[in-house]
Design a protein around this ligand. Structure first.
Ligand code: ADP
Length: 255
């Protein structure tokens, strides 16, 4: 039912007060609905890997499965998924509480890009970086995390034989990182939702490929915490380009 309190204050000053009270009350009710949806999503995400782990351990105990390397590999995979999910939830909780602290220092952004690209090399996709030297003040660990999520997605949603290019350049007083893939692309009606928590275009496929549905929400938060912004362009069936824009000094006047 509708648990929003309402006050009818009529006209004048009391009327204005009543209006802002009602707006506040509706906002609280909406926040409460979002909180409930979030808890329900978290429970749902935890249930599948936990259920698999429990099931396999019970089958082993009952003598229906062998505790062989294959089984241990599957158990480890589900545990890692749980760990990633809990780490991501912790980051978002800190972001909401305003306690996620950045540790900015002068960094070479091209090094961050190279590190992320080298860490995610794989045999099935051509992954390469095109960088120019760009120096900014930022938290290198958190930027690696933010960019790492974009590159992991680009690799995840690009079929074998495809290509992922990570470009870094400076445009006026902005440092720009673009992650372009030749993958599945995103439907126009889905584009406004990709940065939402737990949102996925295809629940079952993403679940199998190990995404938590929180990566882009975290990336957006981390980039905005640096005073930057993140955006996406995509054509279904052709590929996507995610773009991070960060404040940088004047290139002609390095500080
Ligand atoms: P996930 O862990 O599911 O990848 P994200 O928050 O990182 O969660 O991404 C949310 C959803 O956005 C993905 O499930 C996918 O549907 C879509 N998406 C993200 N990046 C890409 C990409 N490069 N190409 C196609 N779809 C993407």
């Amino acid at each position: 039912g509708d648990r929003t309190a309402r006050v009818d204050g009529g006209a004048g000053e009391i009327g204005e007060l009543a209006k802002s009270f009602n707006a506040m009350s509706e906002k609280l009710a909406e926040t409460e609905r979002q909180r409930q949806a979030m808890v329900s999503d978290v429970a749902h995400e935890l249930r599948t890997p936990l259920g698999n782990i429990t099931g396999w351990l019970e089958a082993t105990q009952d003598g229906l499965a062998e505790p062989d390397p294959h089984l241990i590999g599957m158990l480890l995979e589900e545990s890692l998924l749980l760990q990633r999910l809990v780490d991501d939830l912790h980051d978002l909780a800190q972001a909401d509480a305003g306690t996620l602290r950045l540790h900015p220092e002068p960094i070479a952004l091209d090094d961050v890009v190279d590190q992320v690209v080298n860490a995610q090399q794989n045999r099935e996709i051509l992954l390469r970086a095109e960088t120019t030297p760009v120096h900014i003040s930022a938290d290198p660990v958190r930027l690696r995390q933010a960019l790492g999520n974009l590159v992991a997605n680009a690799v995840r949603y690009t079929p074998p034989g495809g290509e992922v290019v990570v470009k870094l350049f400076q445009a006026d007083d902005r440092a720009v990182i673009e992650v372009a893939d030749t993958g599945t692309g995103i439907a126009p009606e889905d584009l406004p939702h990709v940065f939402d928590r737990f949102w996925r275009a295809d629940k079952s496929r993403s679940r199998r490929t190990g995404g938590s549905g929180l990566g882009l929400a975290i990336t957006r938060h981390l980039v905005e915490a640096h005073g930057g912004s993140v955006s996406v362009r995509s054509t279904l069936g052709q590929g996507s380009t995610f773009r991070i824009s960060l404040p940088a000094g004047d290139p002609a006047d390095p500080c």
